[in-house]
Write a protein that binds this ligand. Structure first.
Ligand SMILES: *[C@@H]1O[C@H](CO)[C@@H](O)[C@H](O)[C@H]1NC(C)=O
Ligand SMILES: *[C@@H]1O[C@H](CO)[C@@H](O)[C@H](O)[C@H]1NC(C)=O
Ligand SMILES: *[C@@H]1O[C@H](CO)[C@@H](O)[C@H](O)[C@H]1NC(C)=O
Ligand SMILES: *[C@@H]1O[C@H](CO)[C@@H](O)[C@H](O)[C@H]1NC(C)=O
Ligand SMILES: *[C@@H]1O[C@H](CO)[C@@H](O)[C@H](O)[C@H]1NC(C)=O
Ligand SMILES: *[C@@H]1O[C@H](CO)[C@@H](O)[C@H](O)[C@H]1NC(C)=O
Length: 494
């Protein structure tokens, strides 16, 4: 097939490893000068018309962790964006074609405006999937197009039931440097038929997710809208160095298990500037399920979540667990807004999970219409089977919440640890909760220990008030390595 040469950012020619280093330094300087503070990805995205060799071309500028030397459009592979023609072969052929450039500057697949119906397809390394702002990738409703794949080793079975699971719409395994981005283009999972089959117990296998990348490093998912996933939306698993930024996720408020972003046995994750409306947790940090997760032994750690807005009337704004059998450590959440959600940052675990949740830091939450501001559960009843180890008792230690205001709340807190292993090191400071109706016991606490200061209404006796002059709860002052990753400005002409 003859592909049109599509231009990308022009770079000085590279002749030696030394000049590569110089180039890298030059790029770093450029981005440092234009991007600003490390934690903010800014770009002046725009679409403009320009003259290029006499023909009208559109020029896209977009920011990404890497620009690509080779580009192709889905239409080069026979793609038809009419919402009815299948593009499964076009997507698969395009990725296969672009995979040859992994060690030659990388490849980008451009998805133009249109409605692109497709079955599941996998991505490749050093690759960008870019969606035009009016592009919609539509997941096929034909269940026969969804391959059935092995369960995750850290779960032992599918999350909906025993055995395998349907693959995710967009997948990939053992990849390095993958970007899924666009000018707020859309990926629509068309999940309603999956939800009704799930409710009617008519599915043989666990539902697929919208995006799942496994065993991968350097994953960047930015500037997209995700709609109506069959189940979870974004699921990086056994992966590291991940940025999820500027993502809008929308699912009906009562759609089953439509979690927003679920880092699972992942390290170095940065989630920022996301708006999520979901039938389940907006963000859920996980690391495997009971004996399977304990055997696999891969934690989720060094995770930062900022500027998240969540609407989730039946679930948490951020959940830790319930699958946490590889351990969860060093989670930082700040500038969290929620409207009409069940609880704020919730810990869910159970005897049989083993492992730990430790080093959780939360500050600056603004919550409106909540059932519980603080919720911890030590007897979450969900096990893969009855083979879990009753001696695998999880440890919860070191959870800080500060600078929280909450309005129209039913109960300030429901903290239930494990009798044989109370949750320790809970710190709550500078918190104001306005209850919808006054209550005699706005805090319920059992098997938890910690300290508080400046909390209204006052916390329970086991989260003992230290007085107003007590030090505020800790929050780490160092940056995570993933916070230092900067985005570059890339140009693409069509
Ligand atoms: C995608 O990759 C997974 C894991 O390597 C594999 O099981 C699955 O069959 C692949 N899917 C497609 C559509 O090629
Ligand atoms: C992918 O990576 C995992 C973990 O490193 C490894 O066990 C597995 O064999 C790899 N799969 C392939 C297809 O290379
Ligand atoms: C992206 O599109 C969604 C859905 O139309 C919209 O709600 C959101 O505001 C858009 N985001 C940006 C940054 O334009
Ligand atoms: C991506 O989203 C960020 C905010 O999340 C915004 O600053 C940036 O302009 C967006 N870029 C594009 C290409 O839309
Ligand atoms: C307490 O939290 C509020 C926000 O909820 C914030 O405006 C205020 O500065 C905090 N006070 C202190 C002493 O940090
Ligand atoms: C307060 O919460 C209740 C019950 O959750 C809800 O029905 C009501 O609309 C909320 N009030 C406001 C002002 O948001």
């Amino acid at each position: 097939m003859e592909l049109k040469k599509r231009s990308s950012i022009s770079l000085p020619s590279i002749s030696s490893p030394l000049s590569l280093h110089i180039l890298a330094a030059w790029l770093l300087l450029l981005t440092a000068a234009s991007v600003g503070p490390a934690q903010c990805i800014r770009s002046n995205s725009h679409l403009s018309s320009a003259q290029d060799g006499g023909g009208d071309t559109e020029e896209f500028k977009y920011s990404a962790a890497a620009c690509r030397a080779h580009t192709a459009s889905l239409t080069d592979f026979g793609g038809v964006g009419d919402g009815a023609t299948s593009n499964t072969a076009a997507f698969r052929d395009a990725v296969t074609h672009l995979s040859q450039f992994a060690s030659d500057g990388g490849g980008m697949l451009y998805v133009p405006a249109g409605r692109w119906l497709t079955g599941p397809f996998n991505l490749t390394s050093s690759f960008t999937l870019f969606l035009h702002r009016d592009a919609v990738i539509l997941a096929t409703r034909n269940i026969n197009e969804w391959p059935v794949i092995d369960p995750l080793p850290s779960y032992g079975m599918g999350r909906d039931g025993p055995g395998g699971r349907y693959s995710s719409l967009i997948g990939g395994s053992n990849l390095t440097d993958v970007i899924i981005t666009g000018d707020n283009g859309t990926i629509d999972g068309q999940g309603s038929s999956w939800w009704s089959k799930f409710h009617g117990k008519k599915l043989k296998f666990t539902r697929g997710y919208l995006i799942e990348l496994m065993h991968s490093d350097q994953i960047f998912i930015t500037n997209l809208t995700l709609l109506n996933s069959p189940a979870w939306n974004i699921h990086p698993v056994y992966s590291s160095n991940i940025v999820v930024s500027g993502i809008t996720i929308l699912a009906p408020l009562h759609s089953p298990n439509t979690d927003g972003i679920n880092p699972d046995s992942c390290s170095n994750v940065r989630i920022e500037d996301c708006y999520i409306v979901s039938g389940d947790d907006c963000v859920a940090i996980k690391s495997g399920w009971d004996e399977y997760g304990i055997d696999y032994g891969m934690p989720s750690q060094h995770i930062s979540i900022r500027r998240l807005t969540c609407i989730s009337p039946t679930s948490a704004v951020i959940a830790l667990g319930s699958e946490m059998s590889g351990g969860i450590e060093d989670v930082r959440a700040e500038d969290i807004t929620a409207i009409n959600s069940e609880s704020g940052v919730r810990i869910k675990t159970a005897v049989g999970r083993g492992a730990y949740v430790k080093g959780v830091y939360v500050r600056r939450m603004n919550l409106h219409t909540m059932k519980w501001v603080f919720w911890m559960t030590g007897n979450y009843k969900s096990h893969p089977d009855n083979k879990y180890d009753p001696n695998a008792v999880p440890v919860v230690d070191g959870v800080s919440y500060s600078d929280v205001t909450a309005y129209n709340v039913t109960m300030a807190a429901r903290l239930e640890g494990i009798p044989s292993a109370p949750f320790r090191g809970i710190c709550v400071s500078n918190v104001t909760v306005e209850l919808r109706k006054a209550r005699k016991l706005p805090w319920y606490c059992a098997d938890v220990e910690g300290v508080s200061s400046g909390v209204t209404p006052a916390a329970c006796a086991s989260i003992a008030d230290q007085g107003d002059s007590a030090a505020p709860c800790p929050f780490p002052t160092d940056a995570l390595p993933i916070d230092e990753v900067q985005f570059q400005e890339c140009t693409y002409r069509i």
